[in-house]
Design a protein around this ligand. Sequence first.
Ligand code: C2E
Ligand code: CA
Ligand code: CA
Length: 348
Amino acid sequence: MLFQVGRGHMMLVVSEKRNPDYARRAQRMFEAFQEEYRRFKYDYKIVYGRSIPEISRKNEYVSFVRSIQRGMEENTVRRVGPDDVRFFNRSEYILRELEDIYQKHDLDDPRMLACCQPVLNIRTHRYDTAEALMRLRLDGLGLVFPDQFIPLAEENGYIHVLTEIILSKTCEELRKLIQAGYDINRISVNVSAIELKEDAFCGDITRILDDKGIPGEKIAIELTESRRDSDFLLMKSKFSQLRERGIKFYLDDFGTGYSNMERIMELPFDIIKFDRSMLLASGSSERSHQIVVSLAHMFAALNYAVLYEGVESDSDEQMCLDMSASYLQGYKYSRPVPITELEEYCEQ
Ligand code: C2E
Ligand code: CA
Ligand code: CA
């Protein structure tokens, strides 16, 4: 059986009973495939394997193959086995829970856990800001980390509701800290670029702040760069609406992949978060070091604050201090902790 699961993506299921020499037949078919795709210049990913007893319906196979393809490079072939089926079942379970969280739209949903990583402010020598990071807590799985559920939530249109829940939980904790007299400047929340496409995006954010009685100045939004021009224009207009409320913006993961300086500077970011890969690069050669130093100095000279992520050791810290750092974040100071433990890092 052959399933088309999107352009250039097919799943081949060969019944072993009917095809005892299945491996040889499969091999011949791949060769034919690869030849066709090369000829027509389509990218392809081929997934093959024995028929799987736990999966019977065609749409389940399609979902299964999609989940495998997510982790594959273009133009590669992969044979699937029992581990892949286990991984798939786990993802399906996570996906059903995400759908349920989305449908219920309960801002106090106990399955969503807000963790927080304190950020050291170099000027004040205090942990007066932090980053909120989401986790899922599911029966039978325990804690589920973002890499295992954020791509699923993004693909299926659930991510914005997850953001609303984390923002609400973050505001709730902020309210308690402020009431107890703790010195906390703000907490940043991660937002996916696709969320900005939701018409209600700005309204949803400000409604949660209003409901919790949190001024915009106490919240920042972290966004990564986007490759598409339409996103850029959208970002610009949504930024200005939220900035009017005092919300700050961080450019996340600077130095990973794509960077368009001209566009970065057109967007009113307050803080540039240098990814850990920049720290690693800086330590790897004198030339790379010079590039990172120059970028950091340039941002600082343009009145952006530079935050280094992934500071793990004393030598990482020292390197950052020599490179225009305003804020430091990483395991050296603290792992992400449940947000209710943030007060241990704040001063009254
Ligand atoms: P990110 O925004 O770059 O978050 C930083 C990640 O680096 C976190 O992983 C954090 O635990 C990890 N980290 C912190 N300090 C260090 C360090 O010293 N060394 C190293 N190697 N890593 C460090 P986490 O929590 O697993 O989150 C992974 C990614 O998932 C985040 O990367 C972010 O892109 C996404 N994410 C997390 N929470 C949310 C959320 O609420 N909404 C959205 N849209 N994405 C989120
Ligand atoms: Ca982030
Ligand atoms: Ca980051």
